[in-house]
Design a protein. Structure first.
Length: 208
């Protein structure tokens, strides 16, 4: 009887741990449709990621087209660490072994979309979920799970991007700070360039 109780408790803790990880890595977060109202654009960004006691300085390219969303990350030497393409519910992913394990690809894509997609698109995606919510002021977005903040994104004062999301008319007026509420993880993103894309343009990796 004691062994049976122990097994049940162990399974309960395992299930709880898995659920917590899904929340903290945004694995259970519904994502907005690819066809955002602000389509289509491509941004070149600099990212400074603080994870635990480590700091990673990466270059990122984020693109939205009518056919999907693409995120690519490179190290300072130009080597590809991650590429992930989302088309509907399908994900095509490359992950380098050099990308830290604590930075799952779904988290990186979901947090990028959380920062740059229009607030209305996010609210539409989460409306039927009941567990996840997103709210915003002119300087901050908060992603919440069951009413508790999981991720905060802070923008420049009075930034229109916090509500409207990234557009080809966006004023790139300083870095965006992304802070995880439950992990020693923060990301500072500086958008260096923003280009409008034709609707059929696909983000190309260097050398291809």
């Amino acid at each position: 009887m004691t062994i049976r109780v122990f097994i049940i408790c162990a399974l309960s803790l395992l299930a709880s741990g898995c659920a917590t990880r899904q929340v903290q890595t945004l694995a259970s977060l519904p994502l907005p449709a690819d066809q955002s109202s602000n389509c289509c654009w491509q941004a070149l960004q600099q990212l400074e990621i603080h994870y635990g006691k480590q700091t990673y300085k990466l270059t990122g390219a984020l693109a939205q087209t009518r056919t999907g969303v693409t995120l690519v990350l490179f190290d300072p030497l130009g080597r590809r660490l991650l590429s992930i393409n989302k088309q509907g519910g399908s994900f095509n992913t490359y992950r380098s072994p050099e990308l830290p394990e604590g930075l799952p690809e779904h988290f990186l894509l979901a947090s990028s979309m959380m920062v740059w997609w229009p607030l209305a698109d996010w609210q539409a995606a989460l409306a039927q979920d009941g567990k996840w919510q997103i709210d915003a002021s002119r300087e901050e977005r908060r992603l919440l799970y069951r009413g508790k903040p999981v991720i905060r994104a802070r923008y420049a004062p009075s930034s229109m991007v916090a509500v409207e999301g990234m557009t080809t008319k966006a004023i790139l007026d300083g870095p965006v700070h992304l802070q995880h509420e439950y992990q020693a993880l923060s990301i500072e993103v500086i958008t260096q360039r923003l280009d409008a894309l034709e609707q059929n343009t696909v983000l190309q990796e260097p050398g291809k």
